[in-house]
Design a protein around this ligand. Structure first.
Ligand code: HEM
Length: 416
């Protein structure tokens, strides 16, 4: 028996995870959980028994454990009831599937998401970065999240999929609503309506592209469906939605976190400005030190599963705290230090993109976007400063901390 079985400790942990202090800096609580309750039962707002895993080795093992299923909608009636039961739910995609279905869906989407296709986006991503920075006001506060970090990945993913530019605002608004994590009846109703709208939109777009295919990813996926008959219409539309959902906020928040931490570490920012080769390790270190997926890694136990000395009972939900694993001193030297120069093999061991068969399919694209965003910003503006350095920026508050990101990032940009 570990102290994870102590309900008092678990209750404290669950309550602590809702406070503004925790949102500002969750790492001390995670540190305590790693020491005292590394596999900790929680009482989340949705009411399903949930365990939180906080140590690196446990997290890595859990991410690759086939007994911890991703097929929660299929298997867990209560999950569907709580998270949504819309008849057109956009949930029939690889992130909710186990092998062999997962293998099939991932391979089909991957066929349109090759390293070559991602690399071919480089000039266009650079152009989008430049265009967004052109529109930022100079010498006065600008919210870099709203003006830069959020539009960049949505433009990229919409272009990749083949969503026409004039449709982007509505698609973005629907997918933001679908992705929100509210549990109130109003919030669930809004989610359902947005889900239906998004589904109808993609169904119509698929029809258009079927009549007039082009070289976008949606056309490639339609080809995969029609030629091989291996992707149902529902899987096709769900997969398109997954790419929007998985590729948007995650990347936007990572760009925000990266800018914040580089501004707070001027010596390291100077090093990055002087040596462009440091931009890639900088992005990896942000993924480790303060990555954008905090605990958004649900699984459910298909049988009793022993992890870190605790038995997670069959049917329980499991959340793997990537942010905590990435600060585990058993894995990373001085884990609370932001250090671009830490040994590469240690730095790249972070779990910021997950691990195992669900390892982030969009990692190359996310890296490309974040690296080009930072290079574009810091090359263009010799002086980038927090608008109010004395004020702690406001961190995202959600019913439970799936993502780690800023609400806004006001900065002042100075021209050369
Ligand atoms: C899966 C993180 C950007 C597409 C994942 C997972 C993580 C993650 C942690 C695994 C979740 C789990 O195991 O439960 C991130 C981060 C990003 C990012 C931190 C940005 C910084 C993107 C982008 C795309 C994308 C840009 C595509 C456009 C996917 C897909 C999966 C996934 C399709 C599911 C893979 C599978 O189930 O096999 N991502 N992601 N992600 N991500 Fe990303």
């Amino acid at each position: 028996m570990t102290s994870a079985d102590d309900p008092a400790d678990a209750a404290v942990a669950a309550a602590e995870r809702c406070t503004p202090e925790f949102r500002r800096n969750p790492y001390p609580v995670y540190g305590r959980l790693r020491r005292t309750a590394p596999v900790c039962p929680l009482n989340p707002p949705h009411g399903i028994t949930t365990y939180l895993i906080t140590r690196y080795e446990d997290a890595r093992a859990a991410l690759a454990d086939p007994r911890l299923s991703k097929d929660m909608y299929g298997a867990l009636e209560s999950y569907r009831r709580i998270f949504g039961d819309s008849s057109v739910a956009l949930d029939d995609h690889m992130l909710n599937a186990d092998p062999p279905k997962h293998t099939r869906l991932r391979r089909l989407v991957n066929s349109g998401f090759t390293p070559h296709r991602v690399e071919s986006l480089r000039p266009r991503v650079r152009q989008i970065v430049t265009g967004l920075l052109d529109d930022c006001p100079i010498g006065e506060p600008v919210d870099l999240l709203a003006a830069f970090a959020f539009p960049l990945p949505i433009i990229v993913i919409c272009e990749l999929l083949g969503v026409p530019p004039e449709d982007r605002p509505k698609v973005q608004s629907w997918s933001t609503t679908v992705a929100q994590t509210g549990f109130s009846p109003e919030s669930k109703r809004a989610q359902q309506l947005a889900e239906e709208a998004l589904h109808a939109y993609f169904a119509e777009l698929v029809e258009q592209k079927r009549r007039r295919p082009s070289d976008d990813l949606l056309s490639v996926l339609i080809g995969a469906r029609d030629e091989n008959g291996r992707l149902t219409e529902h899987e096709l539309i769900s997969s398109a939605f997954l790419l929007m959902f998985a590729g948007h906020k995650t990347t936007a928040y990572l760009i925000g976190n990266a800018v914040l931490h580089l501004l707070r570490h001027p010596g390291q920012l100077r090093a990055v400005r002087e040596d462009p080769a440091l931009i890639a390790p900088a992005v990896e270190e942000v993924l480790r030190y303060d990555g954008s997926v905090e605990t958004g890694t649900f699984r459910y136990a298909t049988e009793d599963v022993g992890i870190g000395g605790t038995v997670i009972p069959r049917g329980a939900l499991v959340q793997i705290a990537l942010s905590s694993a990435n600060r585990d001193p058993a894995k990373f030297d001085a884990p609370d230090t932001f250090d671009l120069a830490r040994p590469a093999n240690n730095q790249s061991a972070h779990l910021g993109f997950g691990h195992g068969i669900h390892y982030c399919l969009g990692a190359p694209l996310a890296r490309l976007e974040t690296q080009l965003a930072l290079t574009g910003l810091f090359d263009r503006f010799p002086r980038v400063a927090l608008a109010d350095p004395a004020r702690e920026p406001e961190w995202l508050v959600v019913p439970f901390p799936a993502f780690r990101g800023l609400v806004e990032l006001p900065v002042v940009l100075e021209p050369p």
